[in-house]
Design a protein around this ligand. Structure first.
Ligand SMILES: NC(=O)c1ccc[n+]([C@@H]2O[C@H](COP(=O)([O-])OP(=O)(O)OC[C@H]3O[C@@H](n4cnc5c(N)ncnc54)[C@H](OP(=O)(O)O)[C@@H]3O)[C@@H](O)[C@H]2O)c1
Length: 316
């Protein structure tokens, strides 16, 4: 028993001593482009914290007018004033957007379109994970509703402006866990069977399929789109799971920082010459392998049509 404890302590000490080099190894790619964004307009969802906030900070540093679209305006204002002070860019604006309510999404889009004549970068970043079973204001299972359908509707409503501002880009945050996801058309709202881990995986697969289908439909418009796995990042995403909060704390030296987690989103939003890779999935600033389910064009098209039906919209 004592020997085992000794070995475990030595192993943990070894891990913690070597953590910086191990973490450097897992830190992943860095967005290296020098593209500047003065005169450009960006919308980022869920940018009051985590990966979105770091993405907003870098885009603001490069001179863009950045809209932080978030459900809690007070949290958004606190992030915005920190970013303004840090980047000396006063053009960091906060607008209310609750992706779990299509009325709020429509109100945000209406306000934005009235206010801005251009939109060059839309980053569908916000997300929820491991929520106990619940439904959005419109009766959608929360992961599907917020992570997929909310961003689907938002993109639809802002697409005209993106096209008018082309070249423009749409970046959608997915996850490596899309590999475990499945689009369960017979039970999309998880009413027959619900597992909160899988519900997140399904919604992240939906993000990859949405990006794939969107790219097809945007060909020739000058608007391109990319799906992103940011890495395993120290953020508030695990807030609904006590176990994951504990694990995240224990392994925090090995997880990416939010700055590192923002690099692939930034790469997809900014890197020159990425247009031929529209519709692809990126991790560590490189195009990366997706699951066979995420390459299925029939599923992508069917999900697109079902999403339109659920939202009561037309998107030819
Ligand atoms: N962290 C990781 O390891 C990891 C790995 C793979 C993929 N991702 C993806 O990366 C993205 C960013 O995650 P993160 O790690 O930065 O998580 P985070 O720190 O929890 O940030 C998530 C953001 O989404 C917002 N949000 C949640 N529900 C919303 C709603 N209904 N309407 C509007 N905004 C809402 C949150 O707002 P509040 O602050 O008000 O809750 C927060 O600003 C997510 O899409 C996530 O799935 C993260």
């Amino acid at each position: 028993m004592l020997v085992a404890l000794g070995l475990l302590t030595s192993f943990l000490s070894f891990l913690y001593v070597t953590a910086p080099s191990i973490r450097k190894f897992f830190a992943g790619g860095v967005c290296r482009t020098n593209v500047q964004l003065s005169g450009k307009v960006v919308v980022i969802t869920g940018a009051n914290t985590g990966i979105g906030k770091e993405t907003a900070r870098e885009l603001s540093r490069r001179g863009a007018r950045v809209y932080i679209a978030c459900r809690d305006v007070l949290k958004g204002e606190s992030a915005a004033s920190e970013i303004r002070a840090d980047t000396k860019n006063s053009q960091v604006l906060v607008r209310k957007l609750d992706l779990s309510d299509t009325k709020s999404i429509r109100a945000f889009a209406e306000g934005f379109l009235a206010e801005e004549k251009q939109l060059h970068i839309l980053i569908n970043n916000a997300g929820v994970m491991l929520c106990p079973y619940s439904k959005t204001a419109d009766g959608f299972e929360t992961h599907l509703g917020v992570n997929h359908l909310g961003h689907f509707l938002l993109t639809r409503l802002l697409l005209g402006r993106l096209k008018e501002s082309a070249p423009a880009r749409v970046v959608t945050l997915s996850s490596v866990v899309h590999h475990a996801g499945k689009i369960r058309f017979h039970d999309l709202q998880g009413e027959k069977y619900y597992n909160r881990g899988f519900a997140y995986c399904h919604s992240k697969l939906a993000n990859v399929l949405f990006t794939r289908e969107l790219a097809k439909r945007l060909k020739g418009t000058g608007v391109t789109t990319y799906a992103v796995h940011p890495g395993i990042v120290r953020s508030e995403l695990v807030r609904h799971s006590f176990l994951l909060c504990l694990l995240w704390r224990l392994f925090s030296p090995f997880l990416k920082t939010t700055w590192e987690g923002a690099q692939t989103s930034l790469h997809c939003a900014l890197a020159e010459g990425l247009e031929p890779l529209s519709g692809k999935y990126f991790s560590d600033c490189k195009k990366t392998w997706v699951s066979p389910r995420a390459r299925n064009n029939k599923t992508a098209e069917r999900l697109w049509n079902v999403s339109c039906e659920l939202l009561g919209i037309q998107w030819e």
